[in-house]
Design a protein around this ligand. Structure first.
Ligand SMILES: Nc1ncnc2c1ncn2[C@@H]1O[C@H](COP(=O)(O)OP(=O)(O)O)[C@@H](O)[C@H]1O
Ligand SMILES: [Mg+2]
Length: 374
């Protein structure tokens, strides 16, 4: 038995993929009807897993671009051009056979073919003094036009897209992407990212180029009920029995149903237990998770200012509602304006979120556990 197969720490595929049925259907529908989508959630909530599942469902060729690796507008333009070329090859046809169509559809890029042993490779070289925004929009529109001529569809998956706002301060790249995206007929884009406040501003601020371009999904954690079916199925396969109610509840409790930590915890639990786990086994497995993740979690906390740390600790140890009240300020011995700005910073940086009932919650359950123990 290989727990990692059921509980991967990377993307969830196949039997490891729990529920998200509605989300997968919705996203698959968007891809098939060429509607652009924005997927927003804190990191490790399952955006990439969901996107790749829907793309596989839709059976469309795709490329994924992760903007975490880029530092300049030139690098962004280069990676987009490279991936566009790759997708032309995968979705439209051999580049040497469609070179006339390629030439017809570009103004500011010069296509160049080179011939290797048995395949031709394409380069798209920007004409001199052309800015990166033009390179990006022309490359994307080229791909869309070629797809349109062949009556084919494809998907581009822009991952960690919030990085674009950091790289391109004047919104040049956002503008270039909008110019292309609003004309697309056969190519759909999935924009995905964490640091929700930054990402949402890019799409919800009227003055920003990407305003109202997409259908939007704020991906939540997977519901405990859905996990119940999923974990019990795996429990049956492993121990011939469903999990005891109490053990299951403890798994949900310790992991706070955070998808990454559910997998982390269950991976250890399944590895450690020869027979059906007890609530105490879950507790022990969670202690291992916390121990293994302790140094990463404390590094994350150390990036915060002292006031933000104080606030985070307060949230970990109190029923955290009305945190901007006078009373909380008094308890924390901080001015109301300081508590407010600490809260805003913690939300902005994706350390905390507010749930449906107005409670502030620490997103990472290991950080929460650590702050309670310290
Ligand atoms: N539908 C799902 N069912 C079970 N586990 C999932 C699901 N989606 C994501 N996960 C798990 O959650 C963690 C984060 O997934 P990932 O797709 O990389 O998230 P993100 O792209 O939001 O950072 C991984 O451990 C992954 O296996
Ligand atoms: Mg991801």
């Amino acid at each position: 038995m290989k727990p990692r197969k059921y509980f991967p720490l990377g993307k969830a595929y196949g039997t490891a993929f729990c529920n998200r049925v509605k989300e997968v259907d919705w996203l698959t529908g968007n891809l098939l009807s060429v509607k652009h989508t924005l997927l927003v959630a804190p990191r490790r909530y399952g955006k990439s897993s969901l996107a790749e599942k829907a793309i596989t469902n839709a059976k469309l060729p795709f490329v994924k671009i992760n903007f975490h690796l880029c530092a300049t507008e030139e690098e962004v333009a280069q990676i987009i051009v490279n991936k566009v070329i790759k997708l032309i090859g995968n979705a439209v046809g051999q580049v040497d056979k469609i070179i006339t169509a390629i030439k017809k559809n570009v103004l500011n890029l010069s296509p160049k073919l080179s011939f290797g042993d048995d395949i031709a490779t394409l380069e798209l070289i920007p004409k001199q003094h052309i800015n990166q925004a033009i390179v990006i929009s022309e490359a994307l529109l080229l791909l869309d036009k070629l797809l349109h001529e062949k009556d084919k569809k494809a998907v581009i998956f822009f991952d960690e897209f919030q990085e674009i706002a950091k790289i391109s301060k004047q919104s040049n790249i956002e503008g270039a992407i909008r110019t292309a995206a609003q004309e697309m007929q056969n190519l759909s884009i999935i924009f995905s990212g964490s640091i929700r406040s930054l990402l949402l501003r890019m799409f919800e601020d009227e003055s920003r180029p990407l305003y109202k371009l997409c259908r939007k999904l704020k991906l939540e954690r997977i519901a405990a009920n859905d996990y119940k079916k999923h974990l019990n199925k795996i429990s049956l396969e492993t121990w011939d029995k469903e999990l005891a109610e109490q053990s299951f509840n403890e798994i949900m409790h310790y992991s706070s149903t955070h998808p990454y930590y559910v997998n982390y915890l269950c991976d250890i639990l399944w590895q450690e237990c020869d027979k059906l786990p007890t609530a105490n086994d879950v507790k022990k497995a969670w202690a291992i998770v916390v121990e293994e993740e302790w140094s990463d979690a404390s590094k994350e906390v150390s990036l915060l200012s002292l006031n933000q740390r104080k606030m985070l600790k307060y949230i970990a140890t109190h029923a955290a509602v009305n945190l901007t009240s006078q009373e909380t300020s008094r308890e924390l011995m901080m001015a109301t304006s300081t508590t407010t700005s600490a809260l805003e910073a913690l939300i902005e940086k994706d350390y905390i979120e507010i749930d449906g009932s107005g409670h502030y919650k620490i997103i990472n359950p290991v950080i929460a556990a650590m702050l309670v123990m310290e």
